[in-house]
Design a protein around this ligand. Structure first.
Ligand SMILES: Cc1cc2nc3c(=O)[nH]c(=O)nc-3n(C[C@H](O)[C@H](O)[C@H](O)COP(=O)(O)O)c2cc1C
Length: 365
């Protein structure tokens, strides 16, 4: 695939299928642990809405559980019930009104489900008596000391139930006005647990060989793609490496990206890690995950997003200019400053293409 890179920069629009982002800055999905019965509320509206006003091209709603047991915590957002559609639709209308494309990440926490929000007891597992629930995974392998609940090994029927939940939630996302869909297959949650040999010890068709370990994510992407219109972008976030000897590798990620592309995935969101606790070898630092996006983009011939330790306008602009990724996602820096894109536009001299919102325009430059 010949992906043009010449003279593209951070504020070049990005068109994927029928959707055009006004720039290449996206708000990375961030759990807020602030929903009630999976329903989003005023917090989500203000939190996400501020970032649309701040100029982001894309705002991806947090990891949203496709069934109750798919939640990380009891306060996760969800899309397993039609009643959850309107609160999200309200947010999406606001995002669109302010120039951002509304996206969502659909998720299943797998063996990392049933925990307290991170600000309560460090996000440890909740016992049933504390409002916790049975977690499931490819195998009955515990994540670690904090997330200590042993998951139940999923039967093939459980697998089909989870995939049907992803499909039904996809339809609800569409009916909520989402225009960008991300399948969460990273960070040690259910789909990653299946493709990583660290957490998948199965001996049936869903475990063992590379082909078998990726079967769950491939089938899930396929069933979601069937109900998500072809005209809208469909993306997948993966962990490009487990950062552990004997774990999932970047080479496997390149191959997975090719397979996902064949299923109609338009872009790979390239993250890494979080399927094993306390890994001391991760080289956290500026743009440390950019090489993953660059390699998958080049070798799998698919659009990529990069994320992680991107805080500075020139840094983000250079990633696009150098053709290392097609989209830059920011998480923590967007929490520090929801107006990051507006400031970045000034710094990289693109103020004309991203002026402040009219309400502010007479007052600030
Ligand atoms: C508060 C918070 C919540 C997060 N929730 C999610 C999530 O729902 N889904 C996800 O894929 N990543 C989640 N992440 C990871 C971010 O999307 C991002 O990949 C990571 O923070 C690295 O980017 P950064 O250096 O710009 O923060 C979260 C990160 C933070 C800080």
């Amino acid at each position: 695939m010949n992906i043009p890179t010449k003279s593209l920069h951070l504020f070049s629009p990005l068109t994927v299928k029928s959707v055009t982002l006004r720039n290449r800055i996206g708000v990375s999905p961030m759990c807020q642990y602030s929903a009630t019965d999976g329903m989003m509320n005023d917090w989500h509206l203000v939190h996400l809405g501020a970032r649309a006003v701040g100029g982001a091209g894309l705002v991806i709603v947090e990891a949203t559980g496709v069934e109750p047991r798919a939640r990380i915590s009891p306060a996760d957002a969800g899309l397993w019930d039609d009643r959850q559609i309107e609160p999200l639709a309200r947010i999406n209308r606001f995002l669109k009104q302010h120039g951002a494309v509304p996206g969502i990440q659909l998720a299943h926490a797998g063996r990392k489900a049933s925990t307290a929000p991170p600000w309560q007891d460090g996000g440890r597992s909740l016992a049933d008596a504390e409002g916790g629930w049975e977690s499931v995974g490819p195998s009955a392998v515990v994540f670690g000391a904090e997330i200590s609940r042993a998951p139940r090994e999923m039967t093939v029927e459980d697998i089909h139930v989870a995939q049907a939940a992803f499909r039904a939630a996809t339809v609800r996302a569409l009916n909520s006005g989402c225009e960008w869909l991300e399948l969460h297959a990273a960070h040690g949650y259910l789909l990653h647990e299946f493709y990583s040999p660290l957490s998948n010890k199965r001996s049936d068709n869903y475990g063992g060989s590379f082909e078998n370990r990726i079967r769950f994510v491939i089938e899930t992407a396929r069933t979601m793609r069937q109900v998500w219109p072809d005209r809208l972008p469909f993306t997948t976030r993966i962990s490009c490496t487990d950062w552990v000897d004997g774990g999932w590798t970047l080479e496997e990620s390149v191959e997975l990206a090719k397979r996902l592309k064949a299923e109609g995935v338009d872009l790979i969101d390239c993250s890494s890690g979080f399927n094993a606790p306390d890994i001391s070898t991760i080289p956290f630092g500026a743009s440390f995950q950019v090489p993953f996006a660059e390699r998958i983009r080049r070798e799998a011939g698919i659009l990529t997003a990069t994320v992680g330790y991107i805080t500075n306008a020139m840094q983000a602009d250079a990633i696009i200019r150098n053709g290392q990724a097609d989209l830059v996602l920011l998480a923590r820096e967007m929490l520090r400053n929801p107006y990051w894109p507006l400031e970045a536009a000034r710094i990289v001299r693109q103020r004309k293409v991203l002026p402040p919102p009219v309400q502010y325009s007479r007052a600030i430059e």
